[in-house]
Design a protein around this ligand. Sequence first.
Ligand code: GTP
Ligand code: MG
Length: 557
Amino acid sequence: MKTYLTKDIRNVGIVGHGGTGKTQLVSSLLFTAGMTPRWGKVAEGTTTTDFDEEEIVRKISTQTALAHAEWPCTLCSGANVKINFLDLPGYGTFINETKASLIAADCALIAVDAHVGAQVTTEKDWDFCLEYDIPRAFVLTWMDRELSSFERSMESLQQSFGRSVVALQLPIGTERGFRGVVDLVAMKAHFYTPDGDGKPKIEEIPAALAEDAKEAHERLVEMVAEGDDELMEEFFREGTIPIEDLIPGVRKAIVAEKIVPVLMISAAHNIGNGSLLTFLADVFPHPDEHEEEGYTEPNGKGNRVERKYDDAQPLSIFVFKTMADPFAGRINYFKVKSGVLKNDVTVTNFVRGTQERMQHIQIVQGKTLTEIGELHAGDLGAIAKLKETLTGDTLGDKNAPVFYRPAQIPEPAITFAVEPKTRSDEDKIGVAIHKILEEDTALRFSRDPQTKEFLLAGSGQQHIEVVVAKLHKRYHVDLTLKPRKVPYRTSKANTKNNLADTASSASAASSSNPRSATKASNSWTTFSAAPFPTTGFRPSNVAFAKPPCAASSPVFP
Ligand SMILES: Nc1nc2c(ncn2[C@@H]2O[C@H](COP(=O)(O)OP(=O)(O)OP(=O)(O)O)[C@@H](O)[C@H]2O)c(=O)[nH]1
Ligand SMILES: [Mg+2]
């Protein structure tokens, strides 16, 4: 694959509530763009981005996956741009993974089930976008589903997120009869063949939709013109904005986060995907439109360091995700924050004070890594076998140090005791868990100094179950999950000892965490009101800790 310049790169985080169809969407977009010869399906376990064994078995995403597509940008004289997708988990128990990786995106597509409307995770994802200050769009998924509704979805989204939410498309057909979309910018109809190649046949808007389309177009024009004096003047003078001014106007309004457009698809039947790719290529921002924040000290401390997504600036790289591959070893996903990263260059890890050689830099398509000669500012890549580098580290030119702030992930919400099944499992648990901890920033492992139990703490029961299954499948370590024993503390006389215990368990926890250099003060073991698993063995006399983000009931039935 050729290398792409900053202005021709789009880094799109795909977020949304669990099961809204994000992974199927990415798979359909890749197929539509001709990046995969086969159309991967979640149901068949053949998508590009749910490649982990656990994801295939459970049919849910449990970790960040990267993919990319090339697609023509009509605003760039039809030349291809590279769209990097970050397919992120939607279930509440994996939301920390989503937050940690969304930091690498410059814009987000929030998937919303057109049958349900806004849900708990939709709101959380919206908040993450605000925290990272990235423009966003909604994509209504499952448009082919019975009782799906464009109108009710719009109502729900506007109710939750305000009047900046505006339709960029209208559906052609409903439920099983969903056949395409009306493009409200160019005022054309895009017809699709169900289960076809995902590319639209562009025609005039059918007469039955003409009136609705005119109304929706006017609303869009008004929203775009609002706050833009030049466009507003043109709007009053002409009564509308001509398309050659409207497309850049829509782009400007989205990038400035003045409007949040709504598009729609059926990922399962490949309807609407070509139009969505064109939207991402034409309208979503490139990395340099997203302000960069560098600091003189780790964790966003010290003074600001001026950096831009610019090839001419000194090289800096931010690692947003570490994967533990049982065969390839440690793989780090990174974003080039400034400068050009050339294969084989030696860089400094500013957080750990070590040197790393960037040998065999790669681009990522799910589990397939392909070597590439160089990556420009703003692009995403991967590299295997760095010696010490982990999630959250900044690397770069030793003469121009900078630190980028890692994602702020909350401490675990639930703790289990785990018991190795055999002596051999006990011997192997340390090495295996260390590898999992490297890739999972929301997980903690320690040994309770009082009860001598091994403890695993994470975001929810499903999170811990997936970790236990990974330990079994990847490293052949078998563990039994149990409720954690709560140390029984009797009298005031014990207070001194208890404090000492808490301190020692805190240090045990931090030493088990490969990121302890930066996180020691936040040790999770300091919460002593031990939460218990959500099902199975909940003792009646202990407070029950709910998973952090239970599924909400639909906004409309
Ligand atoms: N009919 C229909 N089914 C869909 C559509 N999109 C996704 N699905 C199905 O919905 C199920 C969940 O899809 P995924 O793509 O795994 O959903 P997800 O949002 O990635 O799920 P998580 O990553 O676990 O949050 C799968 O069985 C898909 O085939 C759609 O547009 N129409
Ligand atoms: Mg998924």
